[in-house]
Design a protein around this ligand. Structure first.
Ligand code: ATP
Length: 368
């Protein structure tokens, strides 16, 4: 009999709908672990976020950060709340602090469409989108967070930072992801998205991209300006495979990607560094729907699937990759059978969506 490997997961539900989508996600992971018998989880939940700040004076208490550092992986819901701010008026976003603290330079954001989910684009080719946006997550324009200056109420500036070390790691990961996708039938193309025609920082970004591309000749390297990519993501998104870009551009383009999927509640993400990784839905705390039961947990389920894939690959435990695949198949089958969350005009609550996906897991026989 194969042994059972236990993984310690730091769980930070956060605020708003983050607290509503996390329990169903843990139930899903527990069910998969039980059915597999080859892995299990020790979930260690910690308070962090805007309400933690309000109650304790710290948005990311030392105990939560320590738990994150000691965990095999970190699951995060969503953080922030409109009325709770730092004294200088800025938003409480410890999820950004975590990216900097743990060196999570690669924000991996897959864009994939689902059966029966209302499509924004009428073109038939938009029915089966499958591409990945990789958003650099520790520097770029966000390096200026908390450091921007306003002079005499007349002029403001924020500084963009691009470093060789982070770019090399980021681009290498983009090529590795494209290679893995190519093995499964994708075309094997990485597109560097920048504004190299205007800014020295982006010309440097592109230069390093082309250097790393030369070391990865099996993958096609393309470069495009961000304004053109914004257009192409609407006019021909099916032509993309892997896109890699700076922090601010990735922040914006990945919401566009979420729109192509059906909404923020569909878009998963993984923030990955050399040692740590945080898995969380792309969406925020959605105060407008908090407490209504309407939050779509699909993005969180898909983020959990990304966690299973990352852990499975890292620990060479194919049962976890199989479980990740089971989540994606169960979600597709739930949508194919007519599941319609509130987010896309249906009536399925968080609880309904969870039950339908868990039910689909039971009935789907998936080949490893
Ligand atoms: P942030 O400012 O941190 O991005 P936010 O919640 O204000 O947080 P988004 O996450 O971009 O903004 O979400 C925008 C809107 O999309 C929300 O106000 C909500 O109406 C909807 N939304 C987001 N996530 C979900 C979800 N999981 N299920 C249903 N609707 C969602």
């Amino acid at each position: 009999m194969s042994k059972n490997v236990k993984f310690r997961i730091a769980v930070l539900p956060g605020d708003g709908i983050g607290c509503e989508v996390m329990p169903p996600c843990l139930a899903l992971l527990d069910q998969l672990a039980r059915e597999s018998g080859e892995f299990s989880f020790d979930f260690q939940e910690h308070q962090a976020g805007a309400f933690a700040y309000k109650e304790t004076g710290s948005a990311l208490p030392a105990s939560a950060l320590a738990a994150a550092r000691n965990a095999d992986a970190i699951l995060l819901g969503a953080m922030g709340w409109p009325d709770i701010r730092y004294p200088d008026g800025t938003e409480i976003a410890p999820q950004l602090d975590l990216r900097f603290e743990l060196g999570l330079y690669a924000g991996v954001r897959p864009v994939r469409t689902f059966p029966n989910v209302r499509r924004i684009l009428a073109d038939d080719r938009a029915a089966n989108l499958d591409f990945v946006i990789i958003r650099e997550s520790t520097e770029g324009l966000f390096a200026s967070r908390g450091k921007g200056v306003v002079r005499d109420d007349q002029e403001a500036s924020d500084t963009m930072v691009i470093t060789r070390a982070v770019c090399e790691s980021l681009f290498d990961m983009a090529f590795a992801i494209a290679r893995e996708r190519k093995r499964r039938g994708s075309p094997g193309i990485v597109t560097c998205v920048d504004k190299a025609n205007v800014f020295a920082s982006f010309a440097f970004f592109r230069k390093i991209f082309l250097e790393r591309a030369a070391l990865n000749p099996d993958i096609e390297a393309r470069c495009a300006y961000v304004d053109a990519v914004a257009l192409y993501l609407v006019t021909k998104p099916w032509e993309f495979d892997v896109l890699v870009t700076e922090n601010m551009f990735g922040d914006i383009l990945s919401d566009l990607g979420a729109g192509l999927m059906g909404g923020m509640g569909f878009a998963p993400s993984a923030d990955i560094g050399d040692r740590y990784a945080v898995f969380q839905p792309c969406h925020g705390t959605a105060p407008d729907i908090t407490g209504t039961g309407k939050a779509n947990p699909i993005a969180t389920f898909l983020s959990a699937a990304m966690m299973l894939d990352w852990l499975g690959q890292k620990h060479e435990l194919s049962a976890m990759n199989h479980a990740a695949k089971r989540i994606r198949v169960a979600i597709d089958s739930a949508f194919a059978s007519g599941m319609k969350p509130f987010e896309i005009g249906g009536t399925a609550t968080t609880k309904d969506v969870t039950e339908t996906v868990l039910g689909a897991l039971e009935t789907d026989a998936v080949q490893a």
